[in-house]
Design a protein around this ligand. Sequence first.
Ligand code: FAD
Ligand code: SF4
Length: 574
Amino acid sequence: MATKLPKVPVVIVGMGWVGGIIAAELAKQGVKVVGLERGKPRSTKDYYMAHDELRYAQRLDLMQDLSKETITFRNTEKMTALPMREHGSFLLGEGLGGASVHWNGQTYRFLPYDFEIYSKTVERYGKGKIPDGMTIQDWGVTYDELEPYFDKFEKMAGISGGEAPEGLVGKRSSPFPTKEMIKTPAIKMFEAATKKLGYHPYMTPSANLSEQYTNPDGITRAACQYCGYCERFGCEYGAKADSVVTVLPVAQQTGNFELRSYSNVVQVLNDGKKAGGVVYVNTVTGEQFEQPADVVILAGYLFSNIRLMLTSKLGTPYDPATGKGVVGRNYAYQVGGGAATGFFDDKQFNTYAGAGSLGMEIPDFNGDNFDHSGVQFIHGSGIRLFQTGQRPIATNSVPAGTPAWGKEFKQTSLKYAYRALTVASQGSNMPWRHHYVDLDPTYKDVYGLPLMRITFDFEEQDRQLVKFMSGKTSEIMKEMGATKIGSSDQLNPYNIVPYQSTHNTGGAVMGADPSTSAVNSYLQMWDSENVFVVGASAFAHNSGYNPTGVVGALAYRAVDGIVKYLKQGSGMVV
Ligand SMILES: Cc1cc2nc3c(=O)[nH]c(=O)nc-3n(C[C@H](O)[C@H](O)[C@H](O)COP(=O)(O)OP(=O)(O)OC[C@H]3O[C@@H](n4cnc5c(N)ncnc54)[C@H](O)[C@@H]3O)c2cc1C
Ligand code: SF4
């Protein structure tokens, strides 16, 4: 029996980037907010002198406990999905700050093309360019409408970055708030090579602070030390923007925000039209609480968001047989593959140092920045070189043909320890009618709720994209002067085991049409007006960029929607 608590105006499920931003912005405007986080509290001091690769990067100390809750996966509907019992293809966050604590900080804006992908593709190439079954759609919001929210997120987080030519990226209303990060010798080589080839390199937008910075909320943070223990680690300097060092302290200072850790939300109470609050379990004591609220925000990353919608019977579940229903629709991922690794016999690099988003990128083959008439795919990839810091356990690049063990393996891996660089392709991923998430019919979590089931594979579109991009990355690596180059233009079927990227998208997508989207352009549910579902779950497809710049912008836009909704008291926000 759940203990019923006094009603609050707003309850937020999940205290990652999204939850933190919404909590801070609402609390600043005088709205009382309760934030529920299933994991433990965290602060910067947890990471002092903790460059422990085994604990954080290999044993994944900061990630979700999969023995309590995980997902199941299958490539096609003909298969039986099985649970992901160890972290693999992606790493799910848990605890205060969510995955913002252990992300890299590569903070891109998607392209104007992304938000109007269907219209712009048809306009340039005709409907025939979109293959049967590919369910791309416009997002119901344009780049220009989102621009002020990108700007807010970047100023709050202190993002730095280089200038890319207008036309190849979206127009900015103001420059990056901090200066570019340091260009290392490896980055300079990439810059020279790509310029020589006629491309347009620019320093990657970075949430690793390039200099000490005070943001508009008055939060001051120290500069990045290029320690190289960034992705999968918390930052001991507070230099990496995460919600714990930026927005959550602001929320707390207002006196309008109450954080409840160890609080796992298991149900959104609703009568089929509106939500009445949430039920959560204290993960330490096992006690259940009912938290009534005027507005419920789902900010628990897409698997949690969609699972709560489906188990709480919010919205119409997606049915791949008919293509109808919206909750679970348009799941997409990121297409890796197509990278070129160069081995340099005559050069050594300082790649033991680095930062999560220290890198350079060319936009020339992303989005619709090049003519797709002669290729069998749409969209593209970000082609980039990162220097994130090569840590001793994970780093072991050796040229093809090297034995996998023994004396020669040891000698070769020592020789190339700091002589290998990679030009990578981060490929966009389009949604398909048969790629979706739903409730698993067999497997349940510790609370007896069904797990999320993913049905997903790479398609011919993705294989063609990788083949094309592989040619580009190899061309750049050759120009950089590598002695030997290892690359592959093949893309295997999607495999949940090796880490690829935590860029899962879709499932509760935004749009202008309630028959193909779960939320409107303010992230407000069409079918339950006082529920806002915020995060990458709203992406109608995934771009050739990391997602969190857009996630942050959408969180700020959702705040405007929530405030409007609280003022008007009912109805859809426009
Ligand atoms: C290793 C790694 C590197 C990354 N690097 C980058 C990068 O460089 N650039 C980029 O753009 N993106 C990157 N990402 C992705 C980025 O971290 C996410 O896009 C971002 O954190 C999403 O924010 P969020 O608030 O939606 O979700 P999260 O940060 O995952 O936060 C969700 C929170 O909700 C909580 N929660 C979930 N369900 C419940 C529930 N039922 N009850 C209570 N609480 C709940 C979780 O515990 C978690 O704390 C990376 C991710 C990983 C794992
Ligand atoms: S690389 Fe920089 S931002 Fe990343 S953890 Fe180290 S000091 Fe922090």
